[in-house]
Design a protein around this ligand. Structure first.
Ligand code: BGC
Length: 754
């Protein structure tokens, strides 16, 4: 039985939306901290390095204790099939027993990237702070904010009793219809790796473990348990794998979650090339590989290929592969004791290195007001102003009548579905939406854009319509000074968007409203890119993604110009599906168990804007694009190379009359060609400038972004020649160019590999 079926069973038990608070006292007992370090337990000495500590504790373990650490349980009830075991935290993603005799704590695991999520029934629900979607945070192009957001959700995880957070999704947007794009970091390996890495670093600053996931090439939900992502070694290493590599180098996540899908016909969690060769050998990764929930299909095959821990095995896998099966494999010699030791060493090392052992988690109160400010700051910088004809935004305070239409903007903002779903503090803004069970429920957070706008226009008449009657909406717009239309698209784990069009005929509604009033502002709450057949007719468009717990307030602040619009697109917005490498998505949701292939050789490493550049296709909005309420001028671009390292510097000035933030971007391209696409993002830096102020920015280009993967040499290789360095405000704008000449250079597979 697969994840959907199990989850469906569990969630079908949900009764309404009311949440029962968890009994903190009872739980505190299950979270008993590791005891002090007795002389005969030297691994509990925090002064020793994690490798030594792992070696020491390993020597003290029996085989059964070792096996305890490599097998996980689901943390929620899925009756009648599965009952949560004692010690796990109710409504959680997972639980791995500890070894109390040796002071090794249990692992309490929670999803995920936007905050502490809930699995299972309403009884077990936790209400927590949600960040904007991962894609939204990436749209800030501000790693500092990503770190702060990670630190905040990590603290909520810790204060909820969790010491493992399953956050850090870095799968590239190869498929803009992928239902989980909202959880990830967009289409570029540098941007995604830097942003998701910063978030993981923030999470782990709480002395807990974070994962990076879903390793790898897990780029669509259709057929996710069976699909094979087929791609060449070099193409993978310069695209999806590079995003993982950069995220891992940035943040040292203590765990990597292997994915559901197959890669070149082999399941990701038993893929020797992915796990042993690339991750552990080439990149020198010292953490442990945990499986996704239901992603294990074998015992010795998976273990010998590099899998270190089976997650929620009894609930989701066909057998207890890293339980009974592994025990038998050890007895028969199919798995060596040395390999089991390696698995346990990796897991215990992570527990020591993260601080999980030395700083035991404890349930504690959460400061929702402070955490709300963190998510709001993230949301405000995430919004991308896509169009602003005639300076329609920021909204003029002179408006007397304002029509606010659609997407439940009277009460809340949308969030994305699936295992990462965070239930909002204060309950859901809208009840009774379908699907109510997995992959639902569909949840709007109770942060009303309408109320936030009304507070800012106390003398205007604001009228809300739900937008289901296009004619009524158009009539209201015609009699209003301005119309603000909210349009949304719910996307979720386990299914892809059927197309890039907004659902529920919202395109027609927007077109009707725009025909009635040229002063129409469209606010989009979507999981990723959507098409906009009405674009020419509307005055302004703001991409707000899924903006999180304080989304309504953040939207109002950007619309009114209290803060600048400073998000930039982390993904290309295509004009239509016809522009994509796969105009039709592969696989068939009706036959989820039938294996099939997706041919990533079509675009190879040319993901997103690289594909559009390569094929000379004009997108609707290019990667990196976004307007500000002020204007910036770039000058003094200099690019130089020293000892083979390229550094770029330039000046940026706010030449407008408002404070603002900008994201100057540097793209690199070899004059002789030879890459997967004409250019790659080489660096970026977010700057905040007062009117008239200027600053100088210096960037170093990661040498891998100037290289190709050389399979024969098993390393990176820079070709000798001239390289163009372009400075611009998006992947399609050029403010200045410079040239650097590089010598031929060979680089190792990873700077951190030993
Ligand atoms: C998802 C993971 C998640 C896990 C635990 C899986 O279905 O793919 O992202 O961490 O469940 O809930």
């Amino acid at each position: 039985m697969n994840r959907q079926t199990f989850q469906g069973l569990a969630l079908a038990l949900m009764i309404g939306a009311s949440a029962t608070a968890l009994n903190a006292q009872a739980l505190a007992q299950t979270l008993a901290p590791a005891t002090a370090a007795p002389a005969d337990q030297p691994w509990l000495n925090a002064g020793l390095d994690p490798d030594t500590r792992a070696d020491l504790v390993l020597k003290a373990m029996t085989q059964d204790e070792k096996l305890t650490l490599v097998f996980g349980y689901f943390g929620a009830d899925m009756k009648p099939k599965y009952t949560r075991i004692d010690g796990s935290l109710p409504g959680s993603a997972g639980y791995v027993k500890g070894v109390p005799r040796l002071g090794i704590p249990a692992q309490w695991q929670t999803d995920a990237g936007v905050g502490v999520a809930t699995q299972g029934s309403a009884k077990e629900m936790r209400e927590r702070t949600a960040l904007p979607s991962g894609l939204a945070t990436t749209a800030t192009w501000n790693p500092e904010l990503a770190f702060k957001g990670g630190a905040m959700i990590g603290s909520e995880a810790r204060n909820s009793g969790f010491n493992v957070m399953l956050a850090g999704g870095v799968n590239l947007t190869r498929e803009p219809r992928n239902g989980r794009n909202f959880e990830y970091g967009g289409e570029d390996p540098l941007l995604a790796g830097a942003m998701v890495g910063a978030q993981i670093k923030g999470i782990q600053s709480n002395h807990i473990i974070s994962t990076v996931k879903h390793y790898a090439l897990n780029n669509q939900e259709t057929g996710r348990f069976v699909v094979s992502s087929n791609i060449g070694d070099a193409e993978a290493r310069t695209s999806d794998l590079l995003a993982f590599q950069i995220a891992i180098e940035t943040s040292d996540p203590h765990s990597v979650m292997c994915a559901y899908n197959r890669v070149n016909s082999v399941y990701a969690c038993e893929n020797d090339w992915l796990l042993n060769t690339v991750l552990k050998k080439d990149w020198g990764y010292k953490g442990y590989v945990m499986s996704d929930w239901g992603a294990v299909h074998s015992g010795s095959r998976a273990v010998n290929a590099g899998l270190d821990q089976e997650s929620a095995g009894q609930a989701f896998d066909k057998q207890d592969f890293l339980g009974d099966v592994l025990k038998a494999d050890l007895a028969s010699g199919a798995v060596s004791t040395a390999r089991l030791d390696d698995m346990v060493r990796r897991i215990t090392r992570a527990l020591f290195a993260s601080g999980v052992v030395d700083h035991p988690v404890k349930i504690a109160p959460i400061d929702y007001a402070a955490n709300g400010a963190v998510t709001q700051a993230d949301a405000e910088e995430a919004m991308v102003l896509l169009k602003n004809a005639g300076g329609l935004l920021p909204l003029a305070k002179t408006a007397k009548t304002i029509a606010v239409i659609g997407a439940h903007a009277d009460v809340g903002v949308l969030s994305g579905g699936g295992s990462s779903q965070v239930y909002p503090v204060g309950g859901r803004a809208v009840q009774g939406l379908l699907p109510a069970t997995w992959p639902g429920p569909v949840i709007y957070y109770p942060s009303s854009p309408l109320k936030a706008l009304q507070a800012r226009f106390p003398n205007a008449k604001t009228t809300y319509l739900d937008g289901t009657d296009a004619a009524a909406a158009a009539k209201l717009a015609a009699s209003s000074d301005l119309a603000i239309v909210f349009a949304d698209q719910w996307t979720t784990e386990s299914e892809d968007a059927p197309s890039l069009s907004l659902p529920r005929d919202q395109d027609a509604t927007i077109a009707a409203i725009a025909a009635a009033n040229a002063k129409t502002v469209v606010v989009l709450e979507t999981g990723g890119p959507v098409t906009m057949p009405w674009l020419d007719k509307v005055g302004a468009v703001l991409a707000a993604w899924y903006p999180g717990t304080r989304g309504g307030e953040a939207i109002a602040r950007v619309l009114t110009g209290e803060v600048d619009a400073s998000g930039r697109l982390p993904v290309t917005f295509p004009r239509s599906e016809a522009q994509l490498p796969r105009p039709k998505l592969d696989g068939d949701p009706k036959t989820p168990d039938v294996k099939f292939d997706v041919d990533y050789a079509i675009e190879g490493a040319a993901v997103g804007y690289k594909w559009f550049d390569l094929k000379k296709i004009e997108p609707l909005f290019p990667f990196g694009y976004g307007l500000s309420y002020t204007r910036f001028a770039y000058s003094d671009l200099k690019a130089q190379t020293q000892d083979g390292v390229v550094t770029v510097s330039f000046a940026i000035k706010n030449v407008g009359d408002r404070p603002g933030k900008d994201v100057p971007q540097v793209y690199v391209s070899p004059k002789a060609g030879g890459w997967e696409a004409p250019k790659r993002l080489g660096g970026f830096h977010k700057v905040a400038l007062a009117p008239g102020a200027s600053t100088t920015v210096s960037l170093t280009v990661d040498p891998r972004l100037l290289s190709v993967w050389d399979g024969k040499a098993h390393g990176w290789s820079i070709a000798a020649g001239d390289y163009e360095v372009t400075l611009g405000a998006s992947s399609r704008s050029t403010a200045a160019t410079a040239t650097v000449t590089l010598q031929a250079q060979a680089l190792p597979a990873s700077p951190i590999a030993k």
